[in-house]
Design a protein around this ligand. Structure first.
Ligand SMILES: [Zn+2]
Length: 543
């Protein structure tokens, strides 16, 4: 018997047990609506108890709690949660400790330290068995085109010095309207620890086996044999680890081609997507830059798509660094300049400041957040820092980069046009100086050096147009990792603190990652079993 058939029988039984006459059904709906609201609003048991005490129409806290447990237990039967013992597999000293954590909360770090050595795994097959019948019913998946386009992503977020909360997710690209919704990026793996090859190789093993089988054999659900086309998208770090490739500063850095970092200045080269996963799998040592076997060898190289958001963020960082470096080079990085920059940031409503590192005496500054970067890139008045012609040159470079960024996000962009536009932009970035530097009358200062070109710049310029051409069906925006990053951030900030707050005996309580994955199972339940709007729930007015 197919698993999905079992599933519908169980589901009906579950409802039969809980559903009685009509007002009983309403009551159950109301209770589940409350469980959903409490879950999504992250309302603690204590807070809910207080709410229920002042509003008699709300169900009692213990019935909410029991219903929550019932839904959790029921879902955990469909989608099993496996704890993975990672002890001895993950060594903290291998991690690079340079990245700074966004979380300065010691509770969060403590929780991560406490549960180091345990990972969690939800089978992708279980999740697919659960959601495919729903997606078929909603006509997101169709009998006429039984190919499911699966996008895999991974993300590691610092939760303390050297410790990361690492998650691996997948989403169904066919579900077009949900590409950017965190609830539709389904978590399969979670662990607090380090983001490195050995750890990922160990924890990803069962997941990658499942992916391979899905690709080779398909999956039979709801009486249909579904085929799978696999894609991968993540930030640079996670991608190169999974590919077994050297880091971004090494000689051969590119996931798609064999460009070396010494060739950034050669504008006559036409770098194309030329690597081939079969070759890498057969003999990775023969492919420049590859130091380990590829973990994601079931995904084609041209199905690995960069994260367009990271292209914006990282290239903007580089452009901003280069501006500050130029000011420093001219010895103009003084109190007055710093004041001018901070005032301009204030005008743009971007929180930004400089401070002097007491030990190194270097000036440090706030690293800009996502939306702020876009604001600075588009609107920062460079004339405050440079003479008009120089300011205009840099402004042109910034504006043209922003235009390319918008173009790669737009499905109607002509890839051929984008290629020309991107190469023109790189030529401008590398514009050489002209004339004699000692003679101000003849000297025209150029822009930047080939060594300033970053892997992201190379990827955008040479591979952006080709990836756009190949994946026009979805558009490159469909491969943005912002929903996954948001999910990771929310999970850490909510659950790593909450488990400690709800506390009790630390040996008996569930770890944050267990709480997270059970929450994800309940979210699946609520997402795919929408509750009717209950008219009986009175609206609470909070004054
Ligand atoms: Zn390349």
């Amino acid at each position: 018997m197919l698993k999905n058939v079992e599933f519908s029988v169980n589901e009906t039984d579950y409802f039969k047990v809980n559903y009685g006459p009509e007002n009983e059904i309403n009551k159950t709906h109301q209770l589940r609506s409350v469980v959903k609201a409490v879950d999504q609003g992250q309302i603690s048991r204590e807070s809910y108890r207080k709410l229920a005490a002042v509003e008699a129409n709300l169900p009692r806290e213990n019935s909410v709690s029991n219903e929550r447990i019932a839904i959790t237990d029921n879902m955990n039967q469909f989608i099993k949660i496996l704890l993975v013992d990672m002890n001895g597999k993950d060594k903290l000293e291998e991690a690079s400790g340079s990245d700074e954590s966004e979380f300065r909360n010691p509770e969060i770090t403590q929780e991560a330290v406490d549960i180091m050595g345990i990972g969690i795994y939800r089978s992708i097959k279980d999740i697919l068995n659960y959601i495919i019948p729903h997606l078929k019913e909603k006509k997101v998946l169709r009998l006429s085109d039984p190919t499911i386009h699966l996008r895999i992503s991974g993300d590691g977020r610092n939760v303390g010095r050297k410790i990361k909360h690492v998650m691996v997710t997948f989403m169904i690209l066919n579900h077009k309207e949900r590409h950017h919704h965190a609830d539709y990026h389904y978590t399969t793996i979670l662990y607090p620890g380090t983001e490195n090859y050995n750890t990922l190789e160990f924890i990803l093993k069962p997941f990658l086996n499942e992916l391979r089988l899905l690709k080779e054999n398909g999956l039979e659900v709801a009486g249909i044999l579904w085929n799978f086309e696999l894609y991968f998208s993540s930030d640079w770090k996670f991608l190169v680890i999974c590919l077994g490739l050297n880091g971004p500063t090494s000689k051969y850095f590119c996931p798609w081609c064999s460009c070396s970092k010494h060739q950034h200045g050669d504008l006559s080269k036409d770098w194309r997507i030329e690597k081939n996963m079969e070759q890498i799998t057969a003999r990775y040592k023969d492919v420049n830059g590859h130091i380990h076997p590829s973990l994601i060898n079931m995904i084609a190289i041209d199905h690995i798509i960069f994260d367009e958001l990271y292209v914006l963020l990282r290239i903007t960082d580089r452009l901003w660094e280069l501006v500050l470096a130029e000011i420093k080079e001219r010895d103009l990085f003084n109190d007055l300049t710093r004041k001018v920059i901070m005032k301009e940031m204030q005008r743009l409503k971007v929180s930004f400041c400089f401070w002097e590192n007491k030990e190194s005496h270097n000036w440090e500054y706030t690293s800009l957040m996502g939306d702020d970067k876009e604001k600075v890139l588009r609107f920062f008045n460079l004339k405050l820092l440079f003479r008009p012609s120089r300011a205009q040159l840099i402004r042109n470079l910034w504006d043209q980069f922003y235009q390319i960024y918008c173009a790669i996000r737009d499905n109607t962009t002509d890839p051929g046009q984008l290629k020309i536009q991107a190469l023109d932009w790189l030529s401008l970035f590398l514009k050489p100086s002209q004339g004699d530097p000692n003679d101000p009358r003849t000297f025209i200062q150029g822009l930047y050096l080939p060594s300033h070109v970053t892997p992201y710049i190379h990827a955008l310029v040479y591979h952006g147009w080709e990836l756009l051409e190949k994946h026009k069906k979805w558009g490159l925006k469909a491969f943005s990792c912002s929903a996954v990053k948001k999910k990771n951030y929310n999970q850490v900030s909510t659950f790593f603190r909450k488990t400690l707050k709800n506390g009790g005996n630390p040996l008996k309580r569930k770890s944050a990652i267990q709480e997270i994955i059970e929450y994800e199972n309940r979210t699946l339940y609520f997402t795919y079993n929408p509750l009717p709007e209950s008219k009986k729930i009175k609206k609470l007015r909070i004054k």
